[in-house]
Design a protein around this ligand. Sequence first.
Ligand code: TXA
Ligand code: MG
Length: 317
Amino acid sequence: MAQIGTDIGHAVSLLESGELVGIPTETVYGLAGNALNEEAILKIYEVKDRPKFDPLIAHTNSIEKVKKLVTSIPDKAQTLANELWPGPLTLLLEKSGGIPDLLTSGLSRIAVRIPNHDLSLELLANLDFPLAAPSANPFGYVSPTEAQHVEDHLGMKISYILDGGPCKVGLESTIVGFEGDRATVHRLGGKRIEEIEELIGEVQVEINQSSNPLAPGMLKSHYSPGKKLLLGDIDENLEKVGIERVGVISFAKQYDVAKENQVDLSPNGDFGEAARNIFKTLRYFDRDDIDIILAELLPEEGLGRAINDRLRRAASE
Ligand code: TXA
Ligand code: MG
């Protein structure tokens, strides 16, 4: 069992001695370790049971610190950094010397982000190294949005989790890379593409759907709630599978199943609320009296796109 608390001093001393700590961010909880220490990075891959070809994001608390990790910042990246950090946005930038290859899985770019969470910003301000922090879930499982979620699956492998309350965004950061003057979104996430395009103009969207990624990014099957998830028209699917032992995930709509067997992600149709609820709901239905989860897609806009992406991955086998 890990200890759950708000003692930043304790987190600092663990991280300084190469140990891992669960940390809150506005997107999801992270499993953090010293991003410049190969042993700490190795521990992260081990604790998550994550393949080493899937690189980690480095977190810091200032653009000054980011500059030390990269060779240069293209104009569009600088604009996004100025306007959207701290926030749910990760930038892929050419890494400077001294960044461990283990962090970036041997790639030439490093993923960097300044998270928007008071506790983690204070923690990062007290460290003279960046924190590598993937989502704090076992590889392939649903991301954690509360300290208790981290405890539930990784608590036996780490000693401390900083508790920053429930995550205010609830989806991982949007990942953007740059090639010359072109910006490409590699993962849909908590920062809406519409907002990014208002700042830097049109962006490409290239989401890696491969189940055998040559270029790491996103594995197709991910966010698996431990149950089969059927995506599509819920009434139709209820006719096929019956109303017993099913979990229903809907958006601004209720269905004819027991109350404890359905979650309306947002009765008022609010995307932000749905984003905060999606991972918690997938976990909620990972229980013994449920055999199958039925879910419907949201409108394909704003955060709806990112939520749909997670639902599709959770549904893929
Ligand atoms: O919101 C977030 O980004 C959370 C919080 C904790 O900050 N972190 C997170 O990390 O979602 P993780 O490891 O679960 O997802 C990071 C994604 C992976 O799909 C990885 O392949 C990609 O970022 N990535 C990391 N470094 C990369 C790089 N150098 N080039 C391409 N993709 C990279
Ligand atoms: Mg993850």
